[in-house]
Ligand binder design. Sequence first.
Ligand code: FAD
Length: 492
Amino acid sequence: MSEHVDVLIVGAGLSGIGAAYHLQTKLPGKSYAILEGREAIGGTWDLFRYPGIRSDSDLHTLGYAFKPWTEEQSIADGPAILDYVRKTASENGIERHIHFGHKVVRADWSSADARWTVEATRTDSGETVTFTASFLLSAGGYYRYDEGYTPHFEGTERFAGEIVHPQHWPEDLDYSGKRVVVIGSGATAVTLVPAMTDKAEHVTMLQRSPSYIITLPAKDPIANQLRRFLPNHVAYAITRRKNVALQTFFFKLSRRYPRFVAKLLRAGVKRQLPEGYDVDTHFKPSYDPWDQRLCAVPNGDLFKAISKGRASVVTDRIDSFTERGLALSSGRELEADVIVTATGLNLVAFGGVEYAVDGKPITLSETLAYKGMMLSGVPNFIFAVGYTNASWTLKVDLVFEYMCRLIEHMDASGYDRCVPIPADPAMETRPLLDFASGYVQRSLDRFPKQGATEPWQLAQDYRHDVKSLRTGSVEDGAMRFSSSGVAEPVAA
Ligand SMILES: Cc1cc2nc3c(=O)[nH]c(=O)nc-3n(C[C@H](O)[C@H](O)[C@H](O)COP(=O)(O)OP(=O)(O)OC[C@H]3O[C@@H](n4cnc5c(N)ncnc54)[C@H](O)[C@@H]3O)c2cc1C
């Protein structure tokens, strides 16, 4: 016997828990379940355990619209974010809807039955269990949980020290008094480097090329002041608006005047480093701001660690691992006791599930993303993927609002199927994510595409999405609705 629910959510991370809240608040009559492959709530914020793990967004926008962030720190550490997600689940009775240790492997839509049949593997017994659902929501994040990305390096077997990937941080790793090299220049590397100076003898950030880095205050004085004399939800809403406005302004400024913003960022970095520091070699990227995600450092902690001589940056290429460390292309050898490969994630779309419509497998790269939250030709399927240029939750909160409106509309009109279909099947397409970062480029062929015009174009713009997802009509011509028994073309 399979369990049937109105909405089946895959994933109990920040997104899955947020989706559950929206569903049970706005559509209390609907049944739902969450299938979670791990034994814990929180996804990213439970998985990553490396020293210093934190957000680089402020929690006033990474937090849910419905649950004020009331901590002093606006850029928060992993455990505080995990606690926030867990509390949201427990305070709202969401936990009892979660089936832990259920890894979804396959989902097949049947047009005849107007429902999804979803197969999950129980991680304890290996048993396959089946659920059916009228709507399927993928909140499975965007990367593989079992394995982080490590490029091939020559000679790793020769290295006498320890090699660690941030995604699989050994609980008992003692780096006290050790020489640590962190390979990478992204958000994880710039977090790890200052954090590990607490115990390490010295931490070196070894990067092939620099990233843009911006210093942000760890605490937001305006947010903290507002909370003193306004109710939490009012103060939170004001800070959230302020931060959205500032982030949008800065992003647009960067795209419009990249050279000006590059100069501004460089000046910010230079000001925080010792006189004569080689800023151009280590902190001047070859691309424009926001061609890749900007790295944020709270209170300039990275620059403080460098200024104190506890950390340093080397910009070079790795030739090979040696017994003592790393041989670099410049001929230099970098000695280390611990090498951390902060080299990124392995992207995977929609939980790595095999999707099919009426038995026909879906090739994601042949689908088009509709409003950045549904797929052309795939009925009653929604995915929660956040912004790359702003906080994730700003987008997924809007997606869940839209999902509730869509289901409400279908109920009121007697429909049980909805599927977005482009009017012009030969529409010009481009990659879903126009990010130059290596981890994005490596995986684009396994992701849906976007079109050239609305609603097939990914806006990456909160204000635009508020209009499109919160207030725009769900009947927009591209979304086709139908009822059981009425034939409707659904294949992509
Ligand atoms: C180190 C790090 C820092 C980040 N910092 C920020 C930040 O500051 N700001 C920002 O906006 N974004 C940030 N992100 C992106 C971040 O992942 C999102 O903000 C957010 O946490 C995503 O939540 P999610 O629930 O959508 O996905 P996840 O957190 O990835 O959770 C997905 C859940 O789904 C489960 N799952 C996946 N596949 C299946 C399956 N097939 N079956 C069952 N369960 C499944 C997973 O086990 C997991 O619990 C960061 C990411 C990382 C890795």
